[in-house]
Ligand binder design. Structure first.
Ligand code: PXG
Length: 288
């Protein structure tokens, strides 16, 4: 596998960063995860826009333009002969001295890793996931705004550990008032009385590109959609539940905190969204 670092491609064993990179020392940087399906990169410009917005929010100057970034992502896929895959883009503050102050970091770094992806096992797309709610809360928008895809995912990682300890693969993260935000790497949706709902972004949720895409699909399929504040009660008593993310795509949830959602089977609305999702991702996107 060849990895892009600051304009050059390196064999994966030689693709290394300095131990003085503030991305490593402080989680000082931002990232994106992007997917390629069937020789096309899905929603590439949306991901790049969000990446540069994340960088702007933390005052991180990216040394290449958005169009150079797009071309480098496509090049990384070509160099690795990938038609389907997952692309991780990182921008780190770069090498500096020990000490928080980013002024010591002369140049930010761009890293692009194009690889294949371990999805959730395929069976869960058929039978649905069980999830728990984590005790660790999602970052508040007045602290590290979840809209920023920062390299610091400690809260989410701790929530993931709780999920693993409970024997499941994902965890719901609540905000500081106990409202449902999202999962550790996915947005959450419910279906109740025919209406598709997801928590509003202002609560402190990543504005997922898959979330936006699923909202578009839901409307095109004629469903009523609304953003709505929700609690664990609303998840437990929902008719259906599913998660969305670049890595997860759209995946059903059938159990939350040991309560079966509805009768514990994957719902019809969820099935229709997943079906349409798969149809569309294979057709649209930037050609590699
Ligand atoms: N919420 C959070 C907190 C995320 O990190 C999503 C929602 C979904 O957003 P998109 O734009 O992808 O629809 C994400 C992104 C992983 C992994 O290993 C997942 C993400 C990021 C990094 C790693 O599962 N998901």
């Amino acid at each position: 596998m060849l990895v892009y670092i600051d304009g050059q491609f390196y064999d994966e064993k030689d693709a290394k960063v300095s131990v003085f990179d503030h991305g490593l020392l402080y989680g000082d940087g931002v990232f994106e995860g992007v997917r390629a399906y069937n020789g096309r990169v899905f929603k590439l410009s949306e991901h790049i826009k969000r990446l540069y917005d994340s960088a702007k929010a933390i005052m991180l100057k990216v040394l290449i333009s958005e169009s150079e970034m797009i071309e480098s992502v496509l090049e990384a896929l070509r160099k690795n002969n990938l038609k389907d895959g997952y692309i991780r883009i990182l921008i780190t503050r770069g090498e500096g001295s020990l000490g928080i102050d980013p002024i010591t970091c002369a140049r930010s770094s761009v890293i692009i890793i194009a690889d294949s992806l371990n999805l959730y096992p395929e069976e869960f797309y058929e039978t649905g996931l069980a999830i728990i709610s984590a005790s660790v809360r999602r970052n508040s928008p007045d602290v590290v705004n979840p809209k920023i895809k920062s390299l610091n995912y400690i809260n989410n990682i701790m929530a993931k550990i709780e999920a693993r300890q409970a024997g499941v693969l994902e965890a719901i993260m609540l905000d500081r008032n106990g409202y449902v935000c999202e999962c550790t790497g996915d947005n959450i949706f419910i279906v109740k009385n025919g209406v598709i709902k997801t928590p509003p972004v202002y609560l402190g949720v990543l504005k997922g590109i898959t979330r936006d895409f699923v909202i578009e699909i839901a409307r095109d399929l004629g469903y009523i959609f609304q953003e709505e504040i929700m609690t664990q009660y609303d998840i437990y008593t929902a008719d259906e539940c599913f998660l969305t993310g670049t890595a997860a795509e759209a995946i059903p949830v059938v159990m939350a905190d040991s309560r079966e959602i509805s009768n514990g089977n994957v719902g019809e609305v969820t099935k229709s969204i997943i079906k349409e999702f798969r149809l569309r991702v294979a057709q649209e996107g930037w050609e590699i």
